[in-house]
Design a binder for this molecule. Structure first.
Ligand SMILES: Nc1ncnc2c1ncn2[C@@H]1O[C@H](COP(=O)(O)OP(=O)(O)O)[C@@H](O)[C@H]1O
Ligand code: SF4
Ligand SMILES: [Mg+2]
Length: 368
């Protein structure tokens, strides 16, 4: 029997209640004390440190930052897979932990496209069975309607209907990602969360998948949270961007505004280092990222910041409003992209990136 698709969680939240709201969220992992391999002593590693974030219905947000900045941990908190050690993490006005524990509505509404799409698919199951699994789990359609719904979903993600009989091992990297997206869409979610969902593919396949994701987001009004290393991907897919450094959001705002005139010196460095669209982000600045177990005093970016001043080594800047719809965690934010080196003149505005993507999807390079 088909279960009701979306039994209400409780009384409807107010119309302007965000899908997700993080208020001063901290996530500390206990890790072995450095240099004490055989001791049981542990220390706290703050993967997230005072994160404030609001994601409204239908919004698209890119989470960007170097490896280790806390992007995946933030996503796990949104998914309720990691509980904050401090602060509040809400989904539609109630704690995520509570929403997750009551019925299946949260799991149905918030879908994840895994970073390792191939690893997330059982190799012994056909594509059809893989897509039918969430349909059945959430009681989306009666059994007899499953094949038709599977065919619809395959078509929606640009795969031929006869892919249903194939196994993941016979699919290309791009096709596997499409199956993972079809599986995520099967539960009819309103939120799609993706961790590096297009990385590691050839440029043409990436372009096709990005076109697909943007189409889905626009047609279905999905709320999208997308982790990426690629500023071009962020610009193309997401209206808003949050740039992370060592467990903090250091700058957030409209993607085009932030990329055109970054205000935090770390955003400037990322932007300056971004080569062309579709090229992986290199190390943006000289100097090592400090260990999260041994953060510098004051501003955590002070050991690498070209604009560092005396007070930066004693005062810890928090995310504060910086113009309309923008926030920056810096004691001396830059204005109008000042200090942006000329080497960074690659146009990352969404129209320019869209044109680049169009060129790539027209290129008959695809192994997809
Ligand atoms: N389960 C865990 N146990 C201990 N440390 C963790 C765990 N998950 C993440 N970390 C640490 O938290 C920090 C942020 O990691 P992560 O969220 O994976 O960053 P990103 O996705 O930006 O690369 C890193 O220093 C990482 O080593
Ligand atoms: S607070 Fe100081 S060190 Fe930190 S980013 Fe701003 S200018 Fe650089
Ligand atoms: Mg990660």
């Amino acid at each position: 029997m088909t279960r009701p698709r979306s039994e209400p969680l409780r009384e409807k939240p107010a119309a302007n209640t965000p899908v997700f709201e993080l208020i001063d969220v901290e996530k500390t992992f206990q890790v072995p004390k450095p240099g004490r391999r055989f001791s049981r002593e542990t220390v706290g590693l703050k993967a997230l440190d005072g994160v404030r974030l609001r994601i409204n219905d239908g919004a698209s947000l890119a989470l960007v930052g170097e490896s280790g900045s806390g992007k995946s941990t933030l996503l796990r908190v949104l998914l309720g897979l990691d509980a904050p050690t401090d602060g509040r993490a809400n989904y539609r006005g109630r704690p995520i932990s509570e929403a997750r524990s009551k019925g299946t509505e949260f799991a149905r509404d918030v879908a994840l496209v895994y970073q390792d799409a191939r690893g997330s698919l059982d190799p012994r199951m056909t594509v059809g069975a893989l897509i039918a699994e969430p349909l059945r789990h959430f009681g989306i359609v009666p059994r007899q309607e499953e094949p038709a719904r599977v065919a619809q979903l395959l078509d929606r993600v640009g795969l031929p209907v006869d892919s249903a009989q194939r196994y993941p091992s016979g699919l290309s990297g791009g096709q596997v990602r499409r199956v993972a997206i079809a599986r995520a869409l099967a539960s009819e979610p309103s939120v799609l969360v993706a961790d590096e969902a297009v990385s590691g593919l050839d440029v043409s396949t990436q372009a096709q998948l990005l076109t697909l994701l943007r189409g889905l987001q626009q047609d279905m009004g999905l709320t999208l949270v997308f982790i990426t290393h690629d500023l071009g991907v962020a610009s193309y897919l997401c209206e808003k961007i949050a740039i992370m450094y060592l467990g903090r959001i250091v700058e957030t705002g409209a993607t085009n505004d932030v990329l055109a005139a970054p205000a935090h010196p770390y955003s400037v460095a990322l932007r300056a280092a971004a080569p062309r669209f579709f090229e992986p982000l290199p190390e943006p600045l000289p100097g090592e990222i400090p260990s999260p177990l041994d953060l510098p005093k004051g501003c955590r970016f002070s050991t690498r910041c070209p604009s560092v001043k005396g007070d930066c080594r004693t005062r810890d800047p928090y995310l504060a409003q910086h113009g309309a719809g923008r926030s920056v965690a810096c004691l001396h934010p830059l204005s109008d992209g000042e200090g942006l080196p000329l080497a960074s003149d690659a146009d990352m505005s969404s129209p320019a990136v869209a044109a680049d993507i169009q060129n790539q999807t027209d290129t008959p390079l695809s192994r997809d």
